[in-house]
Design a protein around this ligand. Structure first.
Ligand code: GDP
Ligand code: MG
Length: 473
């Protein structure tokens, strides 16, 4: 490989040497609250020695065989705090890549806090959010996309989201990113060769080859970028707002979709005054359902505040379920919902499904021509086909039913920058400008792509990624 490229390109593989100056940290890694068992983790060079101080049993933790659990007492001086299981995972074969001690104690809130306290007094420092995973990253145990997959995995609300997170944790996204990165390194090497040896002018057919390569790299980036919306949906869910006039049956619909009575349903108009949000699993896709306050002219201050919220929620909706009482006349609906809706957001039929509710009652003649879906929240007629209609609307655009790579917002941002830089480089090839220009842009693209998996010295990026974790992870 070319000298100038090799010297400047940071490779993850270079980072596997342990960072020497890290201290020893401890935290409660199980959720707060009562449980059968809680887990306290200590990570860092002194972890086994700290365990020696707080544990009493047949052997000293420093002498434990790695990865084997031992039963013993957790002590504060002479006082026994709890009976525990303790294991030592020696560096580098642990989650963090450091010496790691895991203590399973009884899952009481107080006892868990005391165990941690004793560990801290024995010399550990309280871990920051995500610090265990950050250390795993710093010791080359995982790249940034894998660390992010750990959060995705914990937060996954559907099987599809879970599988995508698992695959990302296994490195599927990282592999694709590395392929793009390697392509860029290779291309850059060729371009820089032309800079170093200008007497060997780049022949026209070379230019064509460079362009083809840049085009291939570009295609890889575009393919990954195309998964961004799928990724957003898997991580955040599709936002579906149930909207309409008072008494149309919005809360009834929410309850039907949830399968239990979440919202109060009543014939009194204006019952729902706040937005109610619940997540359901619609064939693997997490769906955030928002029931809203019905829209009408109201002099009630609280109800008006609710209606303002309704209008706000429409702005961020992926899909709007516009519920109409089909037993009432069209004019009664038009006066309220249609008008407000038009003024709130530019009407977008692709974002809205019109639902004629109360189909168990005689339909008002005004709706005879309408092709909208007929449903009844009382008899549940039409609700089966209705889920299909929703999925078609959202899935038709972005959702792949097969789990696959799905990038997050940070990856998308990096890739967009990389793509722009790549396009600039390509324009330079086309115009036959001096290769220095192309090299500059390719370096920028390389930097942006490398950011996705992480490289040394990206402190700001690390902080923003690991700040999303909870303490103990
Ligand atoms: N007959 C009939 N009544 C319904 C249906 N859906 C809702 N209702 C009734 O309409 C009234 C208002 O329902 P609700 O869900 O509170 O409407 P919201 O104000 O839009 O949330 C209640 O008395 C419901 O029982 C339906 O499909 N058929
Ligand atoms: Mg309601």
């Amino acid at each position: 490989m070319h000298r100038s490229v090799e010297g400047s390109v940071e490779r993850r593989e270079d980072l596997t040497a342990p960072a020497a100056d890290l201290d020893t940290i401890a935290a409660i890694s199980s959720p707060a609250g009562e449980g059968a068992i809680a887990l306290i983790r200590i990570s860092g060079p002194d972890a086994p020695v700290i365990a020696d101080h707080v544990y009493r049993g047949k052997h000293r933790p420093s002498d434990f065989q790695t990865h084997v659990q031992h039963f013993g007492e957790l002590v504060d001086g002479e006082r026994v705090i709890d009976q525990v299981m303790l294991s030592v995972h020696r560096a580098p074969h642990s989650y963090t890549g450091e010496n790691l001690v895991e203590i399973s104690c009884h899952g009481g809130i107080l006892v868990t806090a005391r165990v941690l306290e004793v560990c801290l007094r024995a010399g550990a420092r309280a871990a920051r959010p995500g610090e265990f995973s950050e250390r795993a990253y710093l010791h080359g145990k995982m790249d940034l996309t894998q660390a992010e997959a750990v959060i995705d995995l914990i937060r996954a609300q559907t099987d599809l989201a879970l599988r995508a997170a698992t695959e990302q944790l296994q490195g599927r996204l990282a592999d694709q990113v590395k392929r793009i990165r390697d392509g860029l390194v290779d291309l850059l090497a060729h371009v820089e060769a032309a800079i170093d040896f200008p007497e060997e002018d780049i022949a026209p057919d070379d230019t064509e080859r460079l362009r083809t390569r840049a085009e291939e790299i570009r295609a890889g980036m575009t393919a990954l970028l195309a998964t961004a919306e799928h990724g957003r949906i898997l991580r955040e869910g599709v936002r579906i707002v149930i909207y309409g006039a008072t008494n149309a049956g919005k809360s009834s619909l929410l309850n039907r979709l949830l399968g239990y009575d979440r919202a109060i349903v009543s014939p009194i108009p204006g019952t729902t005054r706040d937005t109610i949000e619940e997540v359901i699993n619609m064939r693997g896709i997490p769906v955030r359902l928002l029931d809203t306050a019905g829209v009408r002219d109201s002099s009630d201050e609280l109800e008006r505040a609710g209606i303002t919220r309704t209008e706000k929620s429409l702005e961020t909706a992926d899909l709007i379920l516009h519920v109409i009482d089909a037993s009432a006349s069209r004019s009664s609906v038009r006066r309220s919902t249609f008008d407000v809706q038009r003024s709130t957001f530019a009407s977008d039929p692709a974002r809205e499904i019109l639902l004629l509710n109360k189909s168990d009652l005689p339909e008002h003649p005004d709706w005879r021509e309408s092709e909208a879906l007929r449903i009844s929240c009382v008899t549940e007629t039409g609700l089966d086909g209705f889920e299909d209609a929703i999925l078609e609307r959202i899935a038709g655009q972005h959702v792949q039913s097969e789990s696959s790579v799905a990038i997050n917002a940070r990856h998308r941002d990096c890739l967009r920058r990389a793509l722009e830089a790549c396009d600039r480089a390509n324009a330079t090839f086309t115009a036959n400008y001096s290769p220095e220009y192309a090299a500059l842009d390719l370096r920028a693209a390389l930097g942006a792509v490398t950011e996705i998996i992480g490289s040394a010295g990206d402190d700001a990026i690390l902080d923003s990624v690991f700040a999303q974790f909870c303490i103990g992870k």
